[in-house]
Design a protein around this ligand. Sequence first.
Ligand code: SAM
Length: 700
Amino acid sequence: MSAIEAGRHVVMESCREVPVAAASPSKAVAAADGDLKAKLFMLASPLRAGLRRQSPEDMPKESPKEMPKEQELTVNCVAADAAVAASVPAPVTLNTGVSLRADAPAFVPGRKDADDKPARPPVVSVRRMPAKGCAIVLLRDKAVLELSVSMRVAVVDGVCVEVRKHTRKREQAGETATDEPEGVFVAWGHRVARKVDISEEGLEAYFNGLSTLDWPSGLALQRPFEEHIQSFLMSSGSPMPLNTSPKSDEAVAAKMLEGIHGRPELVRELWEAKEQLDDLWNKPPPPLGRSLMQRVARDQLFPHSGKEGEKHENRAGEKLEELSKAVGLLEGVPVGAAFLDLCGGPGAWSQFLLAKPELAMRGFGLTLRSGSGDAADWQAEEKDDWYADLIQNPNWSALWGADGTGDLLKHQNLEHSAQALKKQGGVFLCLADGGFSDKAIPANLLELYFYRLFLAELLTSVSVLQPGGRFVCKLYTACSDAMASLLFLTTRMFDHVEIVKPMSSRVAGPERYLFASGFRAGMETETIRAAMVRSHQQGNGASPLQVPLLTPLIASADLATDKVFTQQFQAMVSRLLERQAGALRALVSRALKLEDIALAAAEKAQAGAGKWAVAAAAQREAATAARREAEEEAWNNTPTPARSTDWTDRRSRGTRDHGTLSHSGYGSRYGNNSRSGYASRNAGDYSRRSAVLPRALAFQ
Ligand SMILES: C[S@@+](CC[C@H](N)C(=O)[O-])C[C@H]1O[C@@H](n2cnc3c(N)ncnc32)[C@H](O)[C@@H]1O
């Protein structure tokens, strides 16, 4: 196939193909680089002359009798060029490494393929939606489509993009809609789009250039483990002495390393793996939008992990649904039961429970009011405020505690809400999803800064649950003995205790859930509750940033004497640490691999795109011409009074309005009158213009 070929077909907005003439030789000149450019320039005038002079009798013998008009032009070009090419010294080497001889047909714009098929570029059209940060690229070359989709990511104009198969429903009269894959959906996202734009030329050149690529190695996935819901039963033998004088404690790394879990090396490995991910996050561009590589890596390795909710208003709802199925949370719940949604804003969990008409539940919610607290405190944001439909739901009420802030770390708020609920008979379900942004917390110490909130949630639940009631609570890692103590105490107050990590919870994240059922309302529970109250009061309502940790409710030495609990706790901690660290390492390595493959492909595609430059330019030219013709026709058929007085103005507006399916953006980019300027710029300058990779390469 020739390095520079004239396009002979164009696809209009409707994707209907219409024949057009070969690209003009002047554009072929612009397509050339260096020496080749000069040589092709020599071709230009005789070629034009040839087009005018050639008669059908001069056509080569092999040309079919019923040759369509556009092919006639091509063949005439071949004949004309053959004569001119003979005068050009051979050989000429393109930067693609293709060696061209003067007598080689590959040298001739408009040459037919050896198999006699018209040479058309892989890309049919590019439809960009810049504000949304995405584009649809229609492709006629199935191999390019498969390759780009298998690679899943690309770097275009120095920006990381995701590539997926695009399917669209085409309804034809009398036929049912069919899903017909015709191209690819390319996304870089509206956030990236606010900072940087990706050009149509860049996209077109990338996908055209892909046709010259071999299938890259390294696309096959290597998962560190299969995705499964993780579940760990927890139980204990007998009660333990309780800490009756709790104090504030230092939230330092040692608290996570030195615990009854006995696996400090696993904690360190996790931290190292997190550091690798942080390094990747902090790596400056290029390419821009690198976080996409991490997201795609996660999608590929762990497709269930961290999935955005489709059925729920946020991801929390997704996780509760999965958890609920796994542990049978709603099985046997009495009709009309009450629930409490703790730290529940904005409220996907309440929505999930209220959407069970067969249970006809009544709900209460308590969450930190946005903007409450001192400036130095961690602040809930407006996005955390309850959803409007909950506030309006007659079966659901918000509780705000004694001071109206909804802050569960303030003991008077906890008591106030607990009293209100006890007055109306308590609740059968208590769910707690408290959490705050990691950014506010020193690295790796989230669990320690979360301790007081977990204490408050557990204390609230055992203050309001009806006997036999159930408790769900989000946890982070649980390496410290302070967390181990609370888990131990949970096993004392509930018949059944389980730690569950649903697949929808990020596999590389620290999150997991406690599920406890069969609440035991009795003496032991009351004693534990009293100890928890003392501990909670010790926090004195301070923000977790000011008073993160308290001394454990059970001494470590005592805890270690319960062999059953210690073994179960160790198994849970080490398994989840190993999986989290393994997932992080796999994500980093996959993201780097994807980036390497994408950058190498962009570079090669850039080199390969020149092969299609002239054909692509001709295709665009023809699309523009056809569109204008259609517009003019429509205009001519428009009744006179409806016409604007300024045709040029209307036409340019019309072009913009119709531009989404084609390349109208070029018009504004290069000036309305510079069609040929645009074409020449794009036809021949692939190696120099700032499309495909230049920015990416400049990054090296
Ligand atoms: C992950 S969100 C809960 C999402 C919720 N389950 C849903 O389905 O939409 C964590 C919530 O905990 C709340 N929170 C954090 N600290 C709190 C505190 N001290 N008291 C009450 N709520 C708190 C946050 O404001 C936030 O709304």
